[in-house]
Ligand binder design. Structure first.
Ligand code: NAD
Length: 489
């Protein structure tokens, strides 16, 4: 993609409406901005409290009255068609995603593919929401069935707005729920664009999927506390997740929480050097570091430190931080001025407290860019090592043996993911078992599959998404007990 296509962009409009269609919104508008050019990408209708009420009530009506919850074949057909629609629309969705979020076009296309793949996977599972049966005594049988929970509020962040949306929305719909989506404002336009073909499907009744847009503190909070909402699937910061859980507790609503991370990426001297170096860079620089599973704490065997960091610095000299629509860029800007400021403050603190080992200067002098940076010689209690930076900042620590590696890796309050690079199978098994993380990648990083569950230990979340467990999250379990004995006792 060239600069010409930037010039030819037409600002998109997603006005919304009241009482009908996908987006429940009033006359207010939210301007979505390109973090590279700071130009307007789209104008999106903003919801007021009354729109949240209406969206939740429409979803509840659809759950009660529409055939959706009782017709798995219909749900499978709809989700199959939806996956295909996302693939058919990949060029425009990926470009909008790249412009609105700042990720490279390459990554944006991967994200759309990943989102479609997620929908496809759950399209199949819509017809396999199985329970089980058991003989419980003479003439007594139990049938355990899985039923949809009801109305699910799906609240999403801005870093992977399509994949993370589909990861909750697709299983929730496959299980027969109806959904109200509340995207992050920064990526509201691409979220709505991605949902339009779903809601346009003739087999999707009004209210099965609606969307509200606005501030998390007001619109999101009202949705979480709404009496028509039965469950909240939330992805975002740990502190917000705690707030969501507290609010949901007022109505004893079910929650699934996918929260923050500070993942360790552990490299042993027996690792394949080239693969581990590329893996360490991918672990922390994907999405310009704005990824919950970022391998942002490099733990490297002390005897291997210098050789590894030399190779990593060499690898980083080939990174291009520039226009995300330019196919030669490896990284784009971060999503907002706020995010840029926060990350830069951490880098400045790292320069004061430790040593900058490597950094790559961005090519452009405008836009919300930050330099991907590797920082060593920090104290173990440094904020850079403890806190989620959510940017392209890698801290380096060393260890002498497996025991120390494990202790350092597990010393975080988070437990979302970890990486492990070794050719010693026994060691991989020992450490893989000992790591307190929902996903442990061994000799790879950031490979996700709809079939495989993800989720957090410790403060990284509650529940699991993806896979069969990701489907079951969105169900209630009911035991139907049949007693055919001639007398009660
Ligand atoms: P955030 O917590 O600020 O916002 C997430 C969503 O919650 C947004 O839609 C926001 O508007 C909404 N929200 C905010 N306050 C709310 C409230 N009181 N009630 C209801 N909704 C509210 O997170 P973010 O900045 O958009 O995303 C970055 C964070 O998300 C990072 O911490 C990252 O690790 C985490 N994340 C986790 C995963 C995962 O799978 N575990 C995936 C991606 C991102």
């Amino acid at each position: 993609m060239t600069a010409t296509s930037r010039e030819s962009w037409q600002v998109l409009e997603f006005p919304g409406a009241t009482g009908q269609g996908l987006l429940e919104a009033g006359t207010g508008r939210l301007e979505s901005t390109d973090p590279t050019t700071l130009e307007t990408v789209a104008n999106v209708g903003v919801s007021e409290i009354e729109h949240v009420d209406r969206a939740a009530e429409r979803a509840a009506d659809a759950f009660r009255t529409a055939p959706w919850r009782r017709d798995p074949q219909r749900r499978a057909r709809v989700l199959q068609r939806y996956a295909q629609a996302l693939r058919d629309d990949i060029d425009s969705l990926a470009e909008l995603l790249s412009r609105e979020q700042g990720k490279t076009l390459f990554e944006a296309r991967n994200e759309v593919h990943g989102a479609a793949d997620m929908v496809d996977y759950y399209a199949g599972l819509a017809r396999a929401v199985y329970g089980r049966s058991a003989v419980l005594g003479e003439h007594v049988n139990g049938v355990v069935v899985r039923e949809p929970v009801g109305v699910v509020a799906v609240i999403t962040p801005w870093n992977w707005p399509l994949t993370l949306l589909m990861r909750s929305l697709a299983p929730a719909l496959a299980a027969g729920n109806t959904c109200v989506v509340k995207p992050a404002s920064l990526t509201a336009a691409v979220t709505i664009a991605s949902l339009e073909p779903l809601v346009a499907d003739p087999e999707v009744a009004d209210g099965v999927v609606t969307c509200v847009v606005g501030s998390g503190a007001t619109i999101g909070d009202h949705l979480v506390g709404h009496e028509a909402v039965d469950m909240i699937a939330f992805t975002g910061e740990t502190s917000t997740g705690i707030r969501v859980m507290q609010r949901a507790a007022e109505g004893l609503r079910k929650v699934a929480l996918e929260l923050g991370g500070k993942s360790a990426n552990i490299v042993f001297e027996d690792a394949n050097l080239d693969k581990a170096v590329a893996g360490a860079a991918n672990a922390v620089f994907t999405t310009t570091g704005q990824i919950c599973t970022a391998g942002s704490r490099l733990l490297v065997e002390a005897s291997f430190r210098d050789r590894f960091l030399e190779a990593l610095s060499e690898h980083m000299s080939g990174l291009v931080v520039g226009d995300p629509l330019d196919p030669t860029s490896s990284m784009g800007p971060v999503v907002s001025a706020n995010q840029q400021r926060t990350i830069q403050n951490y880098i400045d603190l790292g320069a004061e407290e430790g040593t900058i080992i490597a950094a790559v200067e961005p090519k452009l002098d405008h836009g919300y860019f930050v330099a991907p940076t590797v920082i060593g010689d920090l104290q173990i209690d440094s904020r850079l090592i403890r806190e989620e930076i959510f940017g392209p900042v890698l801290t380096v620590q060393t260890f002498e043996d497996e025991e120390e590696a494990l202790a350092l890796a597990n010393s975080s309050e988070y437990g979302l993911a970890a990486g492990l690079w070794t050719t010693n199978l026994d060691r991989a098994w020992r450490l893989g078992s000992g790591l307190e993380a929902g996903t442990v990648w061994i000799n790879t990083y950031h490979h996700f599959y709809p079939e495989a569950e993800v989720g957090g230990y410790k403060t990284s979340g509650i529940g699991r998404q993806q896979g069969i467990e990701g489907l079951h999250e969105f169900t209630e379990t009911k035991h139907l007990n049949f007693d055919g004995a001639p007398t009660l006792w």
